[in-house]
Design a protein around this ligand. Structure first.
Ligand SMILES: *[C@@H]1O[C@H](CO)[C@@H](O)[C@H](O)[C@H]1NC(C)=O
Length: 199
């Protein structure tokens, strides 16, 4: 259980739910020598999705930990996103056998209120969303076209043990859905990625 706990915390730090204090967020340029191979992010949205992904990718591939990840995306929201929208992560570790990554202590395969994320991590989301005259971005998210060429997330370096535990291949799905109702889906993204420990 302890292993899973550590694993889920580490995994979660690689996803979008890092607390603002742990994560540094900045726009490129990339560190020189960064690999530019990309993990393609696929759409698993239904036909009625109001969140439509034109393209999305994560780099480098494989992801190096410790290191940083860059997320590029081009997304249309066809309607204003309801304020109660939740984002649910569903992560599976594939090696040496499939292990669903649990949600523990708010990290891992967890659900988050989208507007809470925008409010608590403005330095991340205000790069993508329109900002008002005070430089603050608003929630709910309006219908529109949102493009980011590359949001750079510097992953917190939690040490060698973490880096060893994290190595492996993963499947992940991010679902955007109504608060408290996963069946009312607004959009969905899937990706497969690998984490390695750089030399
Ligand atoms: C959840 O959403 C689905 C699809 O929109 C709907 O059919 C169902 O009634 C909803 N459930 C609740 C409890 O609101």
């Amino acid at each position: 259980m302890k292993f899973l706990h550590v694993l889920s915390i580490a995994l979660a730090t690689l996803m979008i739910e890092c607390s603002a204090s742990q994560m540094h967020f900045k726009i490129p340029p990339l560190k020189s020598g960064h690999k530019i191979d990309r993990v393609e992010i696929s759409s698993c949205s239904g036909p009625d999705a109001i969140l439509q992904m034109n393209s999305a990718a994560l780099s480098p591939s494989p992801i190096e930990y410790p290191g940083s990840v860059v997320i590029a995306m081009d997304i249309n929201t066809l309607q204003d996103i309801p304020e109660h929208m939740e984002i649910s992560l569903d992560l599976t570790l594939l090696d040496p056998f499939e292990i669903p990554v649990p949600c523990l202590g708010g990290l891992g395969s967890c659900s988050y209120k989208a507007c809470d994320l925008v409010t608590t991590m403005p330095e991340v989301f205000c790069e993508l969303l329109p900002v008002d005259e005070n430089g603050v971005c608003s929630c709910p998210i309006k219908a529109g076209h949102y493009v980011s060429e590359g949001l750079v997330f510097v992953l917190p370096d939690l040490g060698d043990l973490f880096a060893l535990l994290l190595q492996g291949r993963y499947d992940g799905e991010i679902q955007f859905h109504a608060g408290g109702n996963k069946s009312e889906q607004y959009g969905c993204m899937g990706m497969s990625f690998e984490i390695i420990k750089p030399e």
